[in-house]
Write a protein that binds this ligand. Structure first.
Ligand code: TXA
Ligand code: MG
Length: 377
């Protein structure tokens, strides 16, 4: 009955939060808003509840979950003593879109949460509904993004319903999320040295406010050093080679954050990400669109407000403004879902700068493209 009530409920009012907290306590699975994306929560200590999260998402079981907390007292029940750098990061960025990988206290959470690792990823979300839900449940809440595995993460409750309706026990609708991309996952390697395992809402420059040395996981370095490890692209995308430049693709090193190795965030159509000077990118995509349209394919372009008028395709979708990449981050996942809604078969996405939030944006686009990446040089 609680289940039915929650599905009726659309506003995240007191009653909805109380019902959702009760579901968490009793081993249920509940989707809830955070400042990044919607999460699918379960009590991190109850193995069967956590298993239901993996089943609902269709998520590979070797990919560990983030544990969400509402206060420092909860943190002390989860992790072993940690150093000053971790403390500085928490003080500067919690509550907020930063996840810290910390040494786990044995037995504090189900081994299904950590996928057998001796560390646990923890974050305190900066969202009033999430914080109230976690506090009221009294549970450390294990929560991956509330999408079917591989699909774009949900930034509104409607996306959660699209993917998980009937597969979970409840949804708390708190309206659109803020950042639009997931949290930054980091691990402290030595005092003052932080490694980014997954780029996200907190940028490398921001991290430097709390730790002097910020490193990128090797699997992410291609995002910053595009020229370092390029290999010839195996398969040309359009039958005749593009008029401008040479197409190259970057191989990915094995990432340390287990989730980073999976294809993710992907629309159903095949997508290619195109880097280069704006004029070259426009010429390349225009030509590719013409070739695909001639073959009768439903085509799409993922672009930015400033460039949207220069394309002709079945779906020209802007995720936001190049002048303010935060808006593009907010709009990315809804844009990817929109291609699916319009039945688009072939998508070309314009790359943008990987400065600031652009690092996370390009990381998600590279994964959405299944590493079909072209550099026009
Ligand atoms: O913004 C977010 O982080 C969202 C919201 C719901 O909080 N959650 C989220 O969770 O994105 P998920 O499960 O989709 O991503 C968790 C990431 C994965 O890349 C996973 O491999 C990594 O965190 N991770 C979790 N535990 C880890 C650990 N002990 N060591 C290294 N990486 C870990
Ligand atoms: Mg996810």
């Amino acid at each position: 009955q609680v289940k039915a009530d929650l599905q009726e409920q659309t506003a995240a009012d007191e009653a909805a939060i109380a019902a959702a907290a009760e579901l968490l306590r009793t081993g249920g699975t509940v989707a809830f808003p955070t400042e990044t994306v919607y999460g699918l929560g379960a009590d991190a200590r109850q193995t069967s509840a956590v298993e239901n999260v993996f089943v609902a998402k269709g998520r590979p079981s070797d990919n560990p979950l983030i544990v969400h907390i509402a206060d420092e007292a909860q943190l002390r029940t989860l992790v072993k003593p940690y150093g000053d750098t971790e403390r500085a990061l928490m003080r500067r960025f919690w509550p907020g879109p930063l996840t810290l990988v910390l040494p786990a206290l044995e037995g504090a959470v189900s081994p299904r949460v950590t996928a057998g690792l001796d560390t646990v990823a923890v974050r305190m979300p900066d969202h009033a509904v999430a914080l109230r839900l976690i506090a009221e449940s009294g549970c450390p809440v294990a929560a991956p993004s509330a999408n079917r595995s591989g699909r774009p993460s949900p930034t509104v409750a409607e996306h959660v319903r699209e993917d998980l309706n009937g597969r979970i026990d409840g949804i708390v609708d708190g309206g659109p999320t803020g950042v639009g991309l997931e949290s930054t996952v980091v691990q402290v390697e030595a005092p003052g040295v932080v490694r980014i395992l997954r780029p996200g809402g907190i940028t490398p420059v921001q991290l430097r406010e709390a730790a002097p040395t910020v490193l990128l996981d090797e699997s992410l370095e291609a995002l910053e050093r595009k020229d370092a490890t390029m290999v010839p692209q195996e398969r040309a995308v359009v039958s005749d080679s593009p008029a401008v430049g040479t197409a190259t693709a970057v191989p990915a090193a094995a990432p340390r954050s287990p989730g980073m190795k999976y294809t993710h965030y992907a629309p159903r159509g095949s997508m290619q990400l195109v880097h280069g000077e704006p004029d070259d990118v426009r010429a390349y995509i225009t030509k590719a669109l013409q070739a695909a349209a001639a073959e009768g394919e439903i085509t799409g372009v993922l672009t930015y407000d400033e460039h949207a008028a220069s394309y002709h395709a079945d779906a020209v979708i802007s995720c936001g403004s190049l002048m303010k990449l935060e808006t593009a981050a907010q709009g990315l996942y809804a844009a990817l879902r929109e291609f699916d809604a319009r039945g688009v078969q072939r998508i070309w996405a314009e790359a943008c700068s990987s400065d600031g939030i652009g690092l996370a944006l390009m990381n998600r686009l590279e994964k959405a493209a299944g590493h079909q990446i072209v550099y026009l040089t």
